[in-house]
Design a binder for this molecule. Sequence first.
Ligand code: HEM
Length: 414
Amino acid sequence: MSLSTDAASTAHDHHGFEPFKLADPFAAYKELREEEPVMFDERIGYFVVSRYADVKATFDDWQTFSSANAQAPIRPLGESAKRIMAEGGFTTYSGLSARVPPEHTRIRAVATKAFTPRRYKVLEPFIRENVNVLIDTMVAKGTEGNILTDIAWDLPTITIFTLIGVPQEMIGEVKEWAGSRAAITWGDLTDAEQEPHARNLVNYWNFCQKLVSDAKITPGDNLVTDLVNLQAAGDEITDHEIASFLYSLLFAGHETTTTLISNTLRELLTLPESYRAVTDDPKKIPGAIDEVLRISGSIFAWRRTAVVDAEIDGVKIPKGSNLLLLMASANRDPEVFTDPDRFDIERANARNHLSFGYGIHYCIGNLLGKLQVRIAVEELTRRLPQLRLAPDAQIEYGENLSFRVPTAVPVEFS
Ligand code: HEM
């Protein structure tokens, strides 16, 4: 049975909030912020937190609100999925985001040494070249394209693969595995629907472990080798932890950026004067990207669990409770953002959005993600200043608790 509307409580209408429906939740978010900023949603078993100040403070207080549940399947694994994963030797849970101090602090310190801006800044010309190859291919097909599949799908994957040291032929497979991870962790699946995804996760995990063992035999100029070398030099990180970090990166490193590139173009083209403004003055692109992250981030909600009895906005949160932090609602809180539903690429405080989280788990890849979106927009505006949304473009979003992924961004450029 579905966890969402079918099991809806008769107690109240949840202010129109539907946990898995992310296409247009903004009216519900507004009502939640105004009427019940901390609401217990019994359909998912989570306290739903919607105001900016509360979301930020909860992220910031890791001693009270741990991220241990951030990667737990929202719908517990069925027996068959559990069996497939146990038999396949699937033993990871999270690389960083659901680990807690002191373990998180130790692993993040090693990861940060390897994951330096210097390591990925050298990728900039390579990213630009790839964007241009993708634009060439799109343009060669005619006068219509789809930003999601033609540009945004491959670009971050090629980047993260090169950074980590994964062969390009694996793109299709890893994208599929990553999709399975999103579906099984944040989707609303039946036991039977979980099974193929469980098989994919087994393959995904075995692949990450092999990357580590291979790097010990055949080192390369890449991040896995850097991590293996740090370990050899005495940094405290096990092979299992390195493989788990790769398991994180091979998901977080492209899914979210694919979505951000797609949403950036969709927002800019929906308000064509903003696309014109960044075409005329590329210095406006970084601000525009922050505004897209604010109004249309890749991740709408993230999770925490209370490790002690707590209280938010006067609502008691008993120890052991789960919390769903609605960053996409916080990002439209009028207490912080004036006229919050308006897309404004010159908004002075757009950078205060919470789409990368906040505090000790703040997204480690935020600069790499934004770098790729910036280059994609720079090259698209330079080469296709006449780009526009296809007139009949129907942009839909798949159902998910956290990841708001458009199904297509159809464009024209005749
Ligand atoms: C560009 C769009 C991206 C968005 C919207 C995004 C969003 C997020 C969010 C919401 C978190 C959780 C923060 C928290 O719990 O406080 C996170 C953590 C993380 N992100 Fe990203 N991310 C993006 C790109 C990337 C990229 C490109 C990478 C890697 C190359 C990456 C790697 C990670 C990792 C490893 C963590 C866990 C950090 C920790 O727990 O210490 N992300 N990200």
